[in-house]
Design a binder for this molecule. Structure first.
Ligand code: SF4
Length: 67
């Protein structure tokens, strides 16, 4: 069987550099916010989909900084 991502759209998080996708043993995938590690104002698993977020940074921006 082909693997599928069993998760709802995460909104802004899906294009944010702070998102980390965490699979569980049942095949579900959760959207974790890495900003929650250093800033308690961010929830580890925010309610989805996220429509607005003051911590959002696009993935493309982090790629540009690394090159
Ligand atoms: S910073 Fe905001 S947009 Fe980015 S992963 Fe965390 S909750 Fe989602």
């Amino acid at each position: 069987m082909a693997p599928t991502q069993a998760r709802p759209p995460a909104g802004l998080c899906d294009s944010c550099r702070h998102q980390r996708l965490v699979p569980n043993t049942r095949g579900s995938v959760f959207s974790l916010c890495e900003r929650s590690r250093t800033d308690p104002s961010f929830r580890r698993y925010p309610p989805l989909p996220v429509r607005e977020c003051p911590g959002f940074e696009p993935v493309e921006a982090s790629r540009e900084r690394r090159s």
